[in-house]
Design a protein. Structure first.
Length: 113
């Protein structure tokens, strides 16, 4: 299943570094995200970017994982060539495929706005 069914993401950038915070929609999916969305899987997902180090930080109080992607960008506005800002990388991360949680109940995914 696609990651965007379990979480949303926020991102930012500074220089050549992008950071993406992935937040579970439901607290009971946090452990699933911790298990399947690792720094190595994120690095593989962005294989075409030739990333440097990918660091993962856990923020259990928010049911979130924060990823710091080193050398993911060419410097954003300082480069003359087209550059993906860090914010666009969060949308790409949400397209990562992860196993379906065992306790998946479609009613839990209804967005009650």
């Amino acid at each position: 299943m696609l990651l965007h069914l379990l979480a949303h993401a926020r991102a930012g950038d500074k220089g050549t570094t992008s950071d993406i915070t992935l937040v579970a929609y439901r607290p009971h999916h946090y452990a699933h995200l911790r298990r399947y969305v690792t720094g190595e899987r994120v690095r593989e997902h962005f294989a075409d970017l030739d990333l440097g180090e990918v660091e993962r930080y856990e923020v259990p109080q928010l049911f979130a994982l924060k990823f710091v992607l080193r050398d993911a960008l060419t410097g954003v506005t300082r480069a003359p060539d087209l550059d993906a800002h860090g914010k666009s990388l969060s949308s790409s991360l949400l397209e990562m495929v992860v196993p379906e949680p065992v306790t998946l109940d479609p009613a839990r995914f209804a967005m009650n706005w």
